[in-house]
Design a binder for this molecule. Structure first.
Ligand code: DOR
Ligand code: ZN
Length: 375
């Protein structure tokens, strides 16, 4: 048994569900789950109810996060079909603009080229106005983050290239997609991407066993798609969970269960397991879970912040019992894993130790001045 000390991790893709779906998660339970997973910064998605599509809604969400969070939180803004530009005055207080152009949960899907074109054009204009300053940015915009599967991927790549806007492609899951992103990077496109643990560690072969607990968007892909993600590790900038909790009752009872799985607590144990198996190095993990997300989103540094993780000699089956997420389940239940988060230190304070949260609600920070916007 050894213990590793890693920098506090960033999960750049979570759905903490507040406001509107607090029965699934809220800023307290979600950030507690983050600490339990060694994550000290989360970036929260805008597909809440109501969606984070106006400055007032961003401010309100920031107020909720500031009162409850136990780790640092950045907030995305989103655009809806009928309120396309409403988010704009708050753009620099968000970690980025999230655009959905593929099948998803919630009402944020953009369904016309006219609107999609306008979103890229407008973000580019706003970025020019405030200036890009991505390194620990004080002012400036984050990237456009897109959920763009299959044929929507080249559409978004081209719009980003035409307007010279940095594009971040979330949860890439297919061989065709990762290979296209490789080509775009080789041609100098300003594109980065992330892959989820569930697409790295599960495939269509697990889907039947898991039923609705293995249903998410993008869906689990084929073993060949999964192999392509591992083969193209150098193209993957970030690992991010797409932590998307829904209750077991919702997953079981509805005719069409909502897609999404929790992931904050299992990411590091899974990655450590891949490290023990020789498929990843410690540096691979630290780059993709700490340094790269900070660079891609221009996140401020967290001084004196680290996670102590135990690397078990013998793998231990993952147990839902220990989970902090409000929904209390995982598609990885029973999987033998080697990593266990022992202790998390945030800005010099021990905030999590041996399964107990020591941080007070509201001790986490809301990033980019979203809680107290200057303008
Ligand atoms: O599986 C998913 N769940 N994919 C998404 O794009 C949204 C997410 C959610 O919010 O539940
Ligand atoms: Zn998501």
């Amino acid at each position: 048994m050894t213990t590793l000390r890693l920098p506090g991790l960033v999960d750049a893709h979570v759905h903490l569900r507040e406001p509107g779906y607090e029965h699934k998660e809220d800023f307290y339970t979600g950030t507690v789950a983050a600490l339990a997973g060694g994550v000290t910064t989360v970036l929260d998605m805008p597909n809440t109810q109501p969606p984070t599509a106006t400055p007032a809604l961003l401010r309100e969400k920031a107020r909720l996060a500031a009162a409850k969070a136990v780790c640092d939180v950045g907030l995305f803004v989103g655009a809806t079909n009928d309120r396309a530009d409403a988010y704009l005055p708050a753009a620099q207080h968000a970690c980025g603009l999230k655009i959905y152009v593929s099948d998803t949960f919630g009402s944020l899907r953009i369904d016309s080229l006219d609107l999609l074109h306008r979103l890229f054009r407008t973000w580019a204009g706003k970025a020019d106005a405030v200036g890009y300053r991505m390194d620990g940015r004080e002012q400036g915009l984050g990237p456009i983050a897109v959920h763009a599967e299959e044929l929507m991927l080249p559409v978004c790549l081209n719009l980003s290239h035409l307007y010279d806007v940095p594009l971040h492609v979330v949860h890439v899951s297919r061989r065709s997609e990762i290979e296209l992103i490789r080509t775009a990077k080789e041609r100098g496109y300003r594109v980065t991407c992330e892959v989820t643990p569930h697409h790295l560690f599960l495939t269509t072969e697990d889907a039947a066993r898991l039923g609705p607990l293995g249903d998410m968007r993008p869906r689990l892909a084929t073993p060949d798609d999964q192999a392509a993600l591992w083969e193209n590790l150098d193209v993957i900038d970030l690992f991010a969970t797409d932590h998307a909790p829904h209750t077991l009752a919702e997953k079981a009872a509805l005719e069409t269960p909502p897609p999404g799985v929790p992931g904050l607590e299992t990411m590091l144990p899974l990655l450590i397991t891949a490290m023990v198996e020789g498929r990843l190095t410690e540096d691979d993990i630290v780059a993709r879970c700490a340094h790269n997300p900070r660079r891609v989103y221009g996140l401020p540094a967290q001084p004196d912040t680290w996670v102590d993780v135990v690397v078990e000699d013998q793998p231990v089956p993952w147990s839902n019992e220990r989970m902090k997420t409000r929904v209390g389940w995982s598609p990885f239940a029973g999987m033998p894993l080697h990593g266990r988060v022992e202790r998390v230190t945030l800005r010099g304070e021990v905030v999590y130790e041996d399964g107990r949260v020591l941080a007070a609600p509201g001790s986490g920070r809301v990033l980019f001045g979203a809680a107290n916007p200057a303008a």
